[in-house]
Design a protein around this ligand. Structure first.
Ligand SMILES: CC(=O)N[C@H](C=O)[C@@H](O)[C@H](O)[C@H](O)CO
Ligand SMILES: CC(=O)C(=O)O
Length: 307
């Protein structure tokens, strides 16, 4: 098997929601239709599975394996790349998931910093990442930086320092932070075969100006079509058009945030917009009150007439 050796990850990557039944079990049957929705209706051809949006930290290792396997199986021939997030609090669990990602022929893995016991230095975090990668040494590897969620605030650029010496298949960073100076320094440190992927959907345009090669986010599940247009406007130098689309996304999210926007609301918005049955989130994330999702979906439709 040759993993995505020379396939640099670019463009849009949807961070998938995990489908649950109404009883709260993982719902593998919804994955096939979900993939079709992303490719056919949103023009999104890459997915980031079992991440923050996928509630990975609320899933068991066994559930994460079942999900990863089904996403890979159903994505075959339809998606360009499937990246599996394998970060856990326990190094042992992360290694088990990394080994499994090789078996199911994922295109890459990503790892978040542990956040209960936090690494105290960039070197400690790099060593943790290295140990996870060591059981999947030829699988493209991404560091997943999300300081607001992990509480691990060391600059991502520090984590990247000489990382290829430890992880030969290091392929980039998924940067979900607001610090655009740190992001710029990551871009500037990137090797040609690495990708700097931005993850704060509200301000992607600023990250594109800083040199982002692509974007990973939850909202690309339902505004992917429009963000593809934003990115192509940017590529063609039409900054006014790119900004117009970015401002619409900001308007949607600021409206949603005023009503209370969390993963439960985000997931319900996806249910409303897509017609998929992804179910409720898992506790401690609370299900979204119906009227709240409807109000946000209405705002969505008023901003984006397509879809
Ligand atoms: C905390 C979180 O989930 N961040 C996501 C990616 O990393 C983003 O895609 C956000 O969901 C998005 O920017 C909306 O705030
Ligand atoms: C947004 C994102 O990348 C995640 O859900 O992990």
């Amino acid at each position: 098997m040759a993993p995505a050796l020379d396939k640099k990850l670019t463009g849009l990557v949807a961070a998938t929601f995990t489908p649950f039944t109404t009883q709260g079990e993982i719902n593998l049957a919804e994955i096939g239709p979900y993939i079709d929705y992303l490719t056919e209706k949103q023009g999104v051809n890459n997915i980031f599975v079992n991440g923050t949006t996928g509630e990975s930290m609320s899933l068991s290792v066994a559930e994460r394996k079942d999900l990863a396997e089904e996403w890979c199986r159903k994505a075959k021939g339809k998606m360009d790349q499937v990246i599996i997030h394998v970060g856990c609090m326990s190094l042992t669990d992360s290694k088990e998931l990394a080994r499994h990602a090789v078996q199911i022929e994922a295109d890459g893995i990503a790892v978040i910093s542990p956040s209960f016991f936090k690494p105290s230095t960039a070197d400690a975090l790099r060593t943790f990442l290295y140990q996870v990668s060591s059981v999947a040494p030829t699988l493209p590897f991404y560091y997943y930086h999300i300081p607001a969620v992990t509480g691990v605030n060391m600059p991502a650029r520090d984590v990247l320092e000489n990382i290829e010496e430890l992880i030969p298949f290091f392929r980039g960073v998924k940067f979900s932070g607001n610090d655009l100076m740190d992001f710029g320094q990551c871009v500037s440190y990137c090797q040609p075969h690495w990708s700097a992927l931005y993850g704060v959907d509200e301000q992607l345009l600023a990250a594109l100006a800083m040199g982002a090669h692509g974007a990973v986010g939850s909202t690309y599940n339902y505004v992917g079509y429009h963000v593809n247009e934003l990115m192509s406007a940017f590529d063609h130098g039409d900054i006014i058009q790119a900004r117009t689309i970015q401002f619409k996304i900001q308007e949607l999210l600021s409206y949603a945030k005023k009503l209370g926007f969390d993963l439960g609301v985000n997931k319900q918005l996806m249910n409303e917009v897509s017609g998929l049955s992804l179910g409720p989130p898992r506790l401690p994330v609370m299900p979204c009150p119906v009227d709240q999702a409807l109000a946000i979906a209405q705002k969505y439709h008023s901003l984006f007439s397509k879809n």
